[in-house]
Each structure stands twice: as C-alpha cells, then as structure tokens.
Design a protein around this ligand. Structure first.
Ligand code: NA7
Length: 552
C-alpha cells in the first residue's frame, strides 16, 4: 500500500528533496499506530526509535511487577476485529512482558518493522521554512527530511533522576525502574534500597521484598493505593468480552477516560452514588469500610470538590492502613497526609501495605529530612546510614513535556520549543504548536493524555492527525500551523477545566502539574475535560475547515 517512488512533496521541484512524507519519532503504541494508519494512506513514513525494540513504555519499564492499570481487554487496539479476536490476554491487568509481546505482535502482523529504525535516538528536529519540511537529526548523525513530523514520544518516557549527591560513587548497582535492563538485575539475596513510592515503587516493592535479603523503602510521600484484585482471565470471561467487542469499543470512545468499565476487574473502582461523606454517620462510614475496604474513601460524591469532605475520606483510607499494617508507627508513616485524595494518579497494587509486615522490609520516612548523600556502600539520611547492594530509583518521569524539551526542536525563526515552554507548555488541541508548522504531538500536553486509556485515545487522536495530513496531501498543501490566538484560547480552556478539581488544589504536588521535577513550572498538563469532549472539540475544528490552523 505504500507509494514508494511517488513524489508527495507537494512541490513539483526544488531542493531539498524529501526522504519521507512523515517522520515519526518513537515506536511505542503511538508510533506503531501512526505508521500503520499513515502507510495505509499511501504516505512514505519512517519511524525512528531510541530503544533496541518496539513498545515504548512497555519496552523500557521492565521492572519486577510492572503492570498496566487498565484492564487488558480494553488496553488494546480496536482497529482490527481479527486482531481483537485472535490475541489472548492471560490476566485482567496485563503485565509488562505480555503488553510488550502484544506490541511486537502488532509490529509483525502489520509488517511495520521494515519502516522502523531501532537504536536511533533523535537529538534535534529543525523546521526549514524554505521547503516547509522538517530535518530530524539522530545522535548517529543521520538527517531525515520529511514534510511532516509526528512526535510519538510518550507521556511518561523521560526518566526523572534526581541529582542525589554521591550517586556516582556507589559501589553496588544503581538501576532506574524506567530504564530496567533487558538482561535483568541481580536481586536475589541482596540488600536493596528503593527510592520512590509512586506507581513504579508500589508495583515493585512487593516483588523486591520477595527476593531481597532486606528491602529498605525510602519514602518521601505516602501513597494512596488500591488493591487491583488482579487474577487470571477465564476463557469464559474473555469470550464474553470478545463477543461484544464492537459495542465495548464504542463505549470506550464515548467515555471520558477511554474505558468502558465493562470487562470486570476494575475492582479498585467503586460505584459512586449521591452519598455525601459530610452528611454520613460513623456507622455508615464503618459499613462502607466493611464493604469496600481501601476503596471506601472513593464512594462519596462530595470528595471531588470539597476539601473537608476529602479529608474525611482520607481518614477512611488511613484507617484501612492501620488495619493492614501491624506496627502502628509504621502504619502512621505510610498514611497519606497533607494532600487530597484525587490529586495524584490512582495507584493500584498487589499486596503493597501487607509487604510492610514482613521482617525483611523497613521504611525510611523522608518527610522530615531527605536523602543526604549516597555513599560507596549505601544511603545516608539524618536517620542514619543504610548499607545496600542495589539502589532502585523509582523516581518517576519528567512527564508529558520532558521527552519534547530534552530534544532541540526548532520551529520558525529558529525558535526553540524548550524556551517557548519555559513557563508552560502551549499547544492547540494538545497536538500542535504555533511557531512549529507541520509538527504534531501524540498524547501531548493539553490533550487527555495520561487521563485516558492510551490505545483508545491514540486511535482517535492519531486518526484525527492522519485525516488532517490526508487533507493536506490531497489538496497539495505543504504548510499546516496552529494559530497563536487559538492556541492561547485552548490553553485557557485546559486551565479552566482543571480549575476547582483536586488536581489543582494548592496542596497538590504531582507529576500531573510538574511539581515532581525541580524547577518545572506549576501547570496542570493534561486536558481534564475528558476524551469525549476533547474529540468533540477536535472534530468540530476539523469540520470547520481545520479552524485554528493556517493551511496553505
Ligand atoms: P511517580 O508517581 O512520580 O513517583 C515517583 C516517586 O519518587 C514518588 O514517590 C516521589 O516522591 C519519589 N521521588 C522523586 N524524587 C525524589 C527525591 N529526590 N527524593 C525522594 N523521593 C523522590 O513516578 P512512577 O514512575 O512511580 O509513576 C509514574 C506513572 O507511571 C504512574 O502514575 C503510572 O501512570 C505509570 P514525591 O511523591 O514526589 O514526594
């Protein structure tokens, strides 16, 4: 289906010749889907990928316990009913190896590999105004010229590695969860220290505790985490979903989070009714605790916008921690305090709090004082020195903007994206930036991104980008750029829909709002209006002749 040899440059003659119609950066979910859909449109596409394998997030995050928090039957593409039927998921929530296999299967099944260059890191992308094209440069010194560039670089792909003093002199092994080596890490019988108790920490802590001689958890912020109750999928459960997959996909596309919630196993979610915790009696709260356990705090409708109600719900969570963790001091140290429920992304776990009842697990609470230094043999805090063989950094990501600002992306007039975004990222519809013609971003800031299930969102969002490119090529347009005024209005809208939610509460510091990375501006990054409304806005712009874009 590819149109090799066809000149689709939109300009009949004139240097420089373009190597491709589209260069896609990243071979994760977005990049694979972009290649498939754009190739089907007859475009010459190349995908460049830093890693030695495809899969993006699901290539890099191979730490013990890595698992998706969206049910596997929904965390999958819906573009091909045959693929849906033939792929067999083994668990309600798929583990990293299974999702990595799935994405490799997609690369093979649709013959994508011939247009993917692995081990190819991109260092810069520069727009050439004379030819309306992008030159994408790799670290190896190659230069790929294309009319359009799509950054399929992911929302959680730029590892955050805090500059702990002395880390380079540690004599043992330092490993980051998001850069876990393919060949694995020797963990058996080792003294392991882990820094970070976000999702990556919470998932790996029970697994590390099982094999370590001793595991020390260095915790700066206690986490809200809910048991996933993950289990094997039975053939019957799987068949029932596969029978009504079309309907489920439609429900996913119509859901703010891209999930249908019909495949079961979303057991950490609870039915939210009109009950208000502020109006509840202690007996009612106890009954809800008995019924829903850790999820009891999520039942009440008034916790989403009222901080007093929220704090009462948090107390129910703390009560569950006390009932689970035997040592009262430890339970107190593991109890979230000082920030509201709903501020950070929900974490789901498999035996996280129970792990702290093991004899070989201890906690260093960093709330009072942080890590002083890493020595050649361990980690020193004001509370003492812990001797270690392995240090695991589960310290998260420079989320949503890091992958883009770490590259030199130069638009019109030599402007640098990193500078333009110094005080906040600015996009139009989360996909495009004024000053950067012919450049598109998948799951970028100002799009639902991390707030909606990726495969569903990617099919919709990249489908929208692909339609815009089809329009451009069919009409012979060589230039597509978001207008600054529309971009400003979109940023205002993104801010407005997050306003008043727990995401933007003054006490909320999270990777959603850049507060996990030193010096990052405090801006709520994803679009909180939901996938449905988001796509309505994108489709309305398209229906209006791509309103908000200058196209010529
Ligand atoms: P997160 O959720 O950002 O968690 C990172 C953790 O590392 C968090 O507990 C941080 O504490 C901690 N951290 C970061 N820097 C430091 C320093 N300097 N000292 C001590 N502790 C530190 O990243 P994850 O990888 O776990 O999860 C990200 C998403 O990936 C997740 O939500 C899923 O969507 C998948 P803090 O809370 O900032 O005080």
């Amino acid at each position: 289906m590819a149109s090799h040899g066809r000149s689709v440059t939109g300009r009949p003659a004139g240097p420089p010749a373009l190597d491709f119609d589209v260069v896609v950066v990243g071979a994760g979910m977005s990049g694979l889907y972009a290649l498939k859909v754009l190739r089907e449109q007859g475009l010459r596409v190349v995908v460049v990928e830093k890693a030695p394998g495809v899969g993006g997030t699901w290539y890099w995050n191979r730490y013990p316990g890595a698992r998706c928090d969206v049910p596997s039957l929904e965390y999958s593409f819906g573009f091909d009913p045959d693929l849906e039927q033939e792929w067999v998921w083994t668990e309600h929530f798929a583990s990293q190896p299974e999702i990595e296999r799935y994405l490799n299967h997609i690369a093979d099944r649709y013959d994508l590999r011939r247009d993917i260059r692995l081990n190819t890191a991109v260092c810069s992308a520069t727009f050439d105004e004379a030819s309306d094209s992008w030159a994408v440069e790799t670290e190896a010194g190659d230069r790929l010229r294309a009319r359009f560039c799509i950054m399929a670089t992911g929302g959680l792909s730029a590892p955050n590695r805090p500059p702990f003093p002395g880390i380079d002199r540690f004599g043992g092994t330092v490993v980051q969860t998001s850069l876990w080596p393919e060949q694995g890490v020797e963990l058996e019988g080792r003294r392991i220290g882990i820094i970070g108790t976000g999702s990556s920490g919470v998932q790996s802590i029970p697994e590390l505790a099982r094999v370590a001689a001793h595991l020390t958890v260095f915790q700066r912020t206690p986490t809200f985490t809910w048991p996933s109750h993950n289990k094997l999928l039975t053939a019957g459960e799987q068949a029932a979903v596969k029978k009504r997959y079309r309907e489920i996909r439609r429900e996913q596309a119509r859901s703010p989070s891209g999930t249908a919630g019909t495949t079961g196993a979303l057991s950490f979610q609870v039915p939210i009714d009109d009950r208000e915790i502020l109006a509840s009696t202690p007996e009612e709260r106890e009954a809800v605790l008995g019924e829903f356990g850790f999820s009891a705090c999520r039942v009440w409708v008034d916790t989403a916008r009222d901080l007093e109600a929220n704090e009462m719900a948090v107390e129910l969570f703390r009560e569950m921690v006390r009932r689970t963790v035997k040592d009262p001091e430890l339970a107190e140290a593991l109890s979230p305090r000082g920030y509201p429920l709903g501020c950070k992304r929900p974490v789901i776990d498999a035996g996280y709090f129970d792990t702290f009842n093991r004899d070989n697990v201890s906690l260093v609470d960093l709330r009072e004082d942080g890590i002083e230094e890493i020595t050649s043999t361990g980690i020193r805090t004001a509370q003492g020195h812990v001797e270690l063989d392995v240090i695991v950094l589960a310290t998260g990501f420079d989320a949503m903007t890091g992958a883009l600002t770490r590259m030199d992306i130069r638009g019109r007039d030599g402007r640098l994206l990193r500078d333009d975004w110094a005080d906040r990222p600015r996009t139009y519809l989360g996909v495009s930036m004024a000053g950067y013609p012919n450049l598109f971003v998948s799951v970028g800031p100002g799009s639902p991104s991390v707030l909606a299930s990726y495969p569903t969102q990617i099919e919709l969002q990249l489908g929208w980008i692909a339609a815009l490119l089809r329009h451009a090529f069919e009409k012979g347009f060589t230039f597509v750029e978001a207008d600054a005024a529309y971009q400003d209005a979109w940023c205002d809208h993104v801010d407005a829909v997050a306003e008043g939610t727990m995401f933007t509460a003054p006490s909320c510091n999270s990777w959603y709002n850049g507060q996990n990375v030193e010096g990052k501006p405090r801006v709520f990054l994803p679009y909180a209006g939901g996938l449905t409304v988001y796509m309505e806005r994108c489709n309305a712009a398209a229906g209006n002749g791509y309103e908000g874009f200058s196209i010529r």
